[in-house]
Design a protein around this ligand. Structure first.
Ligand SMILES: CC(C)(COP(=O)(O)OP(=O)(O)OC[C@H]1O[C@@H](n2cnc3c(N)ncnc32)[C@H](O)[C@@H]1OP(=O)(O)O)[C@@H](O)C(=O)NCCC(=O)NCCS
Length: 198
């Protein structure tokens, strides 16, 4: 089933929306940083590379076929600061599998914003998107990322040891996942973050 969300998507503190041309400086502000790039496949990006990334993201707003990506800018609702980005990649159409991702500016980390945006991704995947399973992966040293996966109710399913080279060194990777029925059950029990569409 295709996933074509209505934007913006609002949560208690955030507004998730498609990227626009005006976002390049805000993206450069976090993607140029080595501490942000540490566990990403990319190295720290130049402004030109950020401009290219933003251009690509402008049209990454819906899942029409396997391999498509939704990559959304995350704004703080009050001051409209762009504080990070989240992604949903359609890994398998037949098996209804998606992969989640997130990158936040360090100034806006540690306040639950990534968790709040991550809930939106799961909501999109399992409600409008009718997906069966959502996964996420990170380096085992990327503690903030796997802790986020656990906050979202995802289960550690795999620890790949030295399965590839990452930036010239052996990579250790965790894979986390949650099934739609597990998500439904846990959110019924906990009451999920409310999402109000504009
Ligand atoms: C991975 C990443 C998005 C996690 O961000 P984060 O800010 O740690 O995650 P959250 O927004 O959920 O914040 C969680 C922290 O805020 C705290 N917090 C405060 N208010 C909160 C709230 N209302 N709800 C949830 N957590 C809250 C939590 O206790 C937690 O702190 P702790 O880790 O000290 O326990 C971030 O570290 C990042 O962008 N890293 C660089 C890019 C990257 O590596 N991306 C992932 C590649 S796999």
């Amino acid at each position: 089933m295709a996933l074509v969300p209505d934007y913006p998507i609002k949560t208690a503190r955030l507004r998730l929306r498609p990227f626009t041309r005006g976002d390049v400086d805000a993206v450069y502000d976090y993607r140029r940083r080595d501490d942000v790039a540490l566990y990403l496949f990319d190295v720290a990006l130049s402004r030109d590379e950020c401009a290219l990334a933003v251009r690509q993201r402008i049209s990454q707003v819906a899942l029409a076929r396997e391999g498509d990506k939704i990559i959304l800018a995350v704004e703080h609702k009050d001051d409209k600061n762009l504080i990070g980005e989240v992604s949903l990649i359609w890994r398998s159409q037949e098996a209804r599998q998606v992969e989640l991702g997130w990158i936040f500016h360090p100034d806006w980390q540690g306040q639950g914003f990534a968790s709040e945006a991550g809930e939106v991704l799961l909501n999109l995947a399992f409600e409008a998107g009718d997906m069966h399973r959502a996964t996420a992966r990170c380096g085992t040293n990327n503690v903030t990322s796997w802790r986020l996966m656990e906050r979202l109710g995802m289960r550690r399913e795999a620890h790949f040891r030295e399965h590839k080279l990452f930036k010239g060194k052996w990579d250790e990777e965790y894979v986390y996942a949650i099934l739609r029925r597990e998500w439904r059950l846990s959110r019924q029990q906990e009451q999920s973050v409310p999402i109000n569409r504009a």
